[in-house]
Design a protein around this ligand. Sequence first.
Ligand code: COA
Length: 260
Amino acid sequence: MELKNLLIKKGDGVGWITINRPEKLNAMNIETIEELRTAFGEFGGDPEVRAVILTGAGEKAFVAGADISEFIHLDAEKGREYSRRGQELTATIENFPKPVIAAINGYALGGGTEFALACHVRIASENAKLGQPEVKLGIVPGYGGTQRLSRLVGKGKAMEMILSGRIVEAAEAREAGLVNTVVPAAELLSAAEAMAKEMIKNAPLALAYSIEAINQGLDRTLPEGLELEAEIFGRCCATADFREGAKAFIEKRKPDFQGR
Ligand code: COA
């Protein structure tokens, strides 16, 4: 996969996507969004990739936001399209059927926080800084921030962050539940890899179904969510991996999951 704005690699079941515009603090231009769509599409269909880690190149930024130079001329109609394009990608990441981990290695502002919010888990380095500063530019978060931030950290914290545009340090982000864990910068990628490897030991379909149940359940009432869970649990019971997992437990050995 040859892409201009991304570095891609894979190994040991993990696919790595590094946004690579460090001279612009990895600001997300439209070309990068299209490339991310391609990268997730390829990793989605690649059986060798069972989890994805998303990070930014350089020591300063994960993603310092959407590329401001590209949206300065938008009008109402084009602005809506611009927002929808980014939202489609964040939805692809959110519903990706394999675990996606954001390794936040510095500034994650605006679209950077929104891409991290779409990932299933967020690990931040101690120097990470997150925020939704869009109101400072006269706009609102447009890649899902007004919706996903409040679902993750609650309405009060989301209101505070979005209305102030304030940048929060990693420790505050962890306290708010915005990131799962914080590690020293030098350990960020190995911590993300260790988490990915812990996840991919598990049955691939059970991972995909868990993501589906959690994501879809959040849009439903509790009884509807529980109905969905039972339906998905039933689907798991029909898989070869469930039979293998249960048998391996009884036989006191490691399961050999095939994703079937
Ligand atoms: N869009 C376009 N370019 C960006 C960018 C963005 N979101 N964020 C940073 N850059 C560019 C800068 O313009 C600069 O480019 P230049 O060297 O050609 O002038 C380069 O990245 C380095 O950024 P700089 O501002 O010089 O670094 P800094 O350390 O002084 O400040 C930030 C870092 C993150 C505080 C600052 O870059 C910033 O506020 N960025 C915008 C954040 C934002 O509002 N994001 C939300 C957009 S919706």
